[in-house]
Write a protein of this length. Structure first.
Length: 238
C-alpha cells in the first residue's frame, strides 16, 4: 500500500500533467480559467517549448491569456480560431454523467463559449470535486447589470419549479463592490445544496431575460481526469 497522500493542489497538478498526453502538435486549444487550469497552462508552455510544438491557444479569461503569454504560448481569439480541437478546463463540481458546475472563477460565459467551439473538452480536477449530486458548490449565474435585482428575484422563483431552494447573493469584489466579469456582467451565487434536476433548471435559467449564462455545464465534457491523493489519475467518461 502506498503512503502517498497528495494535497488538493498536487492532485490538480497531476491531473493537469495527465491532460498533456492529449495534446498533439498543430492543435488549436481552449485554455480554461482557475487554479487547476493554471497548472495545465504552465505545464503546456513547458511541453511546447521542450518539444517544439506549434499550438494556437484561445484563453477563456484575461488572466489565462496573461499566463499563457508569460509561458510562451501563442494566444489567439475565437475570431482567429473559430473551431478548436480540444479545451482543457477545471470544474467546481463534477456530478453524475460528467455534469459540471463551473464559474467559481467568474469566467463561466467565456468558458462555455470556448467549450462549445471545441471538438472535445477534457476536465481536470482533484478528487474533492467529484460529488454524487450537484449543488453543494453555489451555482454561479452571470447576469447583465441592468435590472440585476429583478433578475435575481426571477432566478429565486425558478428554483421552486425544480425542487431546489437556497439563498442567492450577488458576488462582490475585495472592495465590496459588485464583481464584474471580463464581459462586464454581474454574477449571482446560488447556494442550493443540491440540484435534483440540472437539465430542467439549466434550460429554464437560460430562457430568463437578464440571464447571460449559468454555470451548469451539461453534456459538454467528454472525460474528466481526477488527480487522487494516492498519486494516481482516474479517468471518468461520459
Amino acid at each position: 500500500m502506498s503512503d502517498t497522500h497528495l494535497s488538493a493542489d498536487d492532485q490538480k497538478r497531476i491531473a493537469a500533467e495527465a491532460a498533456l498526453d492529449h495534446v498533439k502538435d498543430g492543435m488549436k486549444l481552449g485554455l480554461g480559467t482557475g487554479s487547476t487550469a493554471a497548472h495545465f497552462v504552465t505545464a503546456l508552455g513547458r511541453k511546447a517549448k521542450e518539444e517544439g510544438l506549434t499550438l494556437s491557444c484561445v484563453p477563456t479569461s484575461e488572466a489565462t491569456a496573461d499566463l499563457a503569454a508569460q509561458v510562451g504560448l501563442t494566444v489567439k481569439t475565437l475570431d482567429d480560431e473559430p473551431h478548436l480541437d480540444l479545451t482543457v478546463d477545471g470544474a467546481d463540481e463534477v456530478g453524475p454523467h460528467l455534469t459540471l458546475i463551473k464559474g467559481g472563477g467568474g469566467a463561466l460565459l467565456r468558458e462555455k463559449i470556448v467549450a462549445f467551439a471545441s471538438t472535445q473538452m477534457i476536465v481536470i480536477a482533484d478528487e474533492s470535486k467529484v460529488v454524487p449530486l450537484l449543488g453543494n458548490f453555489p451555482l454561479p449565474i452571470e447576469v447583465v447589470p441592468f435590472g440585476a435585482q429583478t433578475t435575481g428575484n426571477r432566478i429565486l422563483e425558478s428554483g421552486k419549479l425544480f425542487g431546489c431552494e437556497g439563498a442567492i447573493a450577488l458576488r462582490t469584489d475585495e472592495f465590496g463592490e459588485p464583481f464584474c466579469t471580463d464581459s462586464n456582467n454581474f454574477i449571482y451565487d446560488w447556494a442550493l445544496g443540491e440540484i435534483p434536476d440540472p437539465d430542467g433548471l439549466g434550460t429554464y435559467l437560460a430562457r430568463l431575460p437578464g440571464v447571460v449564462e449559468h454555470g451548469l455545464f451539461l453534456g459538454i465534457a467528454h472525460s474528466v481526469l481526477v488527480g487522487k491523493a494516492d498519486g494516481t489519475v482516474e479517468t471518468l467518461r461520459r
